[in-house]
Structures are given as structure tokens and as C-alpha cells.
Design a protein around this ligand. Structure first.
Ligand code: A2P
Length: 354
């Protein structure tokens, strides 16, 4: 069953956010609220541990209110039965929860928009960045995957360049924020920073090593070829989203002590000449991109200063003279928003528009 023969989405769908107490889940609720998503009802789902908690949510689709008139959602346990009336299920509760609940969600007739890596490379599961491959979203069979956060911001930037000349090879080095490892990891960055400054022993639970005042060149597990799974994700997901199986992608992923924006230095080699001016113009008119690029003014995007923003910010655009046709640029995006929650809600908006 694909998007064309599934039941049409109502104009005011019932939306479930799974992982609603987590870093991405909370941001999903905020994005739904801020964008005025026309939900008829919103369910906040998490593990049994959180059932009964209240999460402030002032968007459409809530029925519960505090005494002062502000609205909230009461967290419910994520059970297969919870999806009975749901039309759109936004998942960010880890791959195991997505795998366990997929069948129940799809059987209920809902569309699952999944932020985990569980189904991204599965044939028949669209991997969607709305600025890049929106039409892919309409070919789903009940599940749409939200790409890896680092991949999303890179393909937003690569798509307008690919329209100028075929991409041959991309080399990317990432500077990834703590938020990619979840809410507890963000707390660990705060805690360790305080402990470090106080000369106390450091609490190291969420990262493999100290993250405060440090960089860790490992994200996710190591694979047999000594690369990490995060690096592998950037390679294979980029090819899938851009429909470019021949594109060479070399990724190097590093965790840095930043709270929630990822930064990337990207080197692109093209199959034909692309001038810096043409790339500048392409970025300037591309959806979802903001250029901050003026060396004379020391203007470039910085991850510590862009938390809470929606765009992919680009700067440091310049010629790479070491290959026949090459460019370098730097890009920054909020990992919790464009890298996760915002992209997922944009996919839901695409489905509704259809
Ligand atoms: P809970 O807070 O009840 O543990 P983060 O990525 O920030 O660590 O957040 C993970 C999110 O996934 C949280 O909302 C967490 O809920 C939720 N979660 C974890 N395990 C499950 C599960 N088995 N079923 C549903 N939600 C889960």
C-alpha cells in the first residue's frame, strides 16, 4: 500500500509525538505549536516512566489547560493501542521503539515519520529533506524516514550546487553538538563543564570520554573499516537523498562541546567548472539557506550563536585550488530543529498539502 492508495489525511489530523519527553520530541511539540500545525488532537507519548507528566503545549490539538489558561499535554505510555486514532506519528524515541511499534502504527492507517536510523536505507522508505526531494515523501508505504541530522544540513547546501554542475566528490568534517546524543547528553555537557571549573571529578555517562573542553572523534559505534556508523550514515544517506549513487562522500564526524547546533566544513569537487559567484547566487536563492559570508566583516555562521533557528547557515565560501573544479564552504544548523524536529514537521506539512 503506498501513499496513493492509503486513506487520505484529514485536514486536521490527530498527531502523536513519540519520545515527547526527549530533546527532539519536545522540539517537535514546539515546532508544531510555532508553525500553527492544524492538528485536531496531539498525543504526547513516551515510556511508562513518564506517563502522567505534563508538557506545556499551546498549539492546536490540546484539550487540557492549567489554571492560568496555558495549555498542556499529559504524557501517555507508548503502547500499540495508543495509535488507534492517530493520522501522523512523529517518532523520536530511538530505533528499538520505532522497530517495535512500526507494525501497529502502519496497521492503524497512520503515517510514521521516523527520526531514528532504523528504516532510512530500506527500499520503499523515502528519506526526505523537503527542500531537496519533497516528491519522494509522497511515495511512502506508511513509513517516511527523517535523515541523520548532519546529513540534512549538508544536503540542503549541496542541492543548489548540484543544480549548477554534477557533484563528483564531497569531503566533510563535522563539529557536532551534544544534543545529537539526547537530552541527558546536553545535561552532561553542563554538568561536566561545572565540574571541570570546580576541579571536581567528571561525570562521564553519555559520551565515551570527557566532552567539556574536549572534542571526541567518535559518534556512534565503530564499523569494521574503522569508520564510525555516523560517518557511514552521512555517506549512504547523502547518495539516497540526492539520488546520486556514484557520488563519492568522505565523512569525518567529531563531537564538540556545543549545545545544539552542528557545524560542518564541506569540500566539494565538481565534474565541471562552478564559480564562487555562481555558488553564492545559488545559495542566496535556495530554500532554507541563509548566507552569512563576508570575510571583511568577520561574518560567518557560528554554532554557539544560532540555537533555536530554522535555516541552514552558510559562510566561508571559497575556491579550492587543489582540484580542477572545487569549492569549500562552512555550514551550521540547529541539530534539534532542521536536523530533526523541524524537518519531520515539514514532512508532515508536505503530506497535508497533498
Ligand atoms: P522517557 O523520558 O519516558 O524515557 P532523548 O533522545 O532526549 O534521550 O529522548 C528519548 C525519548 O524517547 C524520551 O522521550 C523517552 O521517554 C523516549 N523513550 C525511550 N524509550 C522508549 C520506549 N521504549 N517507548 C517509548 N518511548 C521511549
Amino acid at each position: 500500500m503506498n501513499a496513493h492508495n492509503r486513506k487520505p489525511l484529514p485536514a486536521h489530523p490527530v498527531v502523536a509525538v513519540v519520545g515527547a519527553t526527549g530533546a527532539v520530541g519536545r522540539e517537535m511539540l514546539l515546532v508544531l505549536e510555532q508553525r500553527g500545525f492544524p492538528a485536531s488532537r496531539v498525543l504526547a507519548l513516551a515510556s511508562a516512566r513518564s506517563a502522567g507528566q505534563h508538557i506545556t503545549y499551546n498549539g492546536a490539538g490540546t484539550t487540557a489547560h492549567y489554571n492560568d489558561g496555558g495549555a498542556y499535554l499529559e504524557v501517555q505510555e507508548t503502547t500499540p493501542e495508543a495509535f488507534a486514532d492517530v493520522d501522523i506519528a512523529l517518532f523520536s524515541a530511538g530505533g528499538a521503539a520505532s522497530e517495535r511499534l512500526r507494525e501497529a502504527v502502519v496497521a492503524s492507517g497512520a503515517v510514521m515519520i521516523d527520526n531514528s536510523s532504523a528504516f532510512r536505507m530500506e527500499e520503499g522508505v523515502p528519506l526526505v529533506v523537503p527542500e531537496v526531494n519533497p516528491r519522494a515523501a509522497l511515495e511512502h508505504h506508511g513509513v517516511i524516514a527523517n535523515p541523520n541530522c548532519s546529513t540534512i544540513q549538508m544536503v540542503v547546501a549541496l542541492a543548489p550546487l548540484a543544480a549548477l554542475a554534477p557533484l563528483k566528490r564531497v569531503v566533510v568534517s563535522t563539529y557536532q553538538a551534544a544534543s545529537g546524543a539526547g537530552a541527558a547528553a546536553m545535561d552532561e555537557l553542563y554538568t561536566q563543564t561545572r565540574e571541570f571549573l570546580d576541579g571536581q571529578p567528571l561525570t562521564i555517562e553519555r559520551f565515551a570520554h570527557q566532552i567539556a573542553f574536549n572534542c571526541i572523534p567518535q559518534i556512534d559505534i565503530f564499523l569494521d573499516d574503522a569508520s564510525t556508523k555516523e560517518e557511514w550514515k552521512m555517506v549512504v544517506e547523502t547518495k539516497k537523498i540526492l539520488s546520486a549513487p556514484e557520488l563519492e562522500v568522505c565523512a569525518n564526524c567529531v563531537r564538540v562541546p556545543v549545545l545544539r547546533c552542528h557545524a560542518e566544513m564541506v569540500n566539494v569537487e565538481f565534474a565541471a567548472p562552478v564559480s564562487v559567484d555562481a555558488a553564492h547566487e545559488a545559495f542566496a536563492s535556495a530554500p532554507g539557506i541563509v548566507l552569512q559570508d563576508d570575510p571583511a566583516q568577520k561574518l560567518y555562521p557560528m554554532p554557539g550563536l544560532l540555537a533555536g533557528t530554522d535555516a541552514t547557515y552558510i559562510g566561508r565560501l571559497r575556491h579550492d585550488p587543489t582540484v580542477p573544479y572545487g569549492l569549500n564552504f562552512w555550514c551550521v544548523a540547529d541539530q534539534l530543529r532542521k536536523g530533526a524536529a523541524l524537518n519531520a514537521v515539514q514532512i508532515a506539512e508536505l503530506l497535508l498539502a497533498e
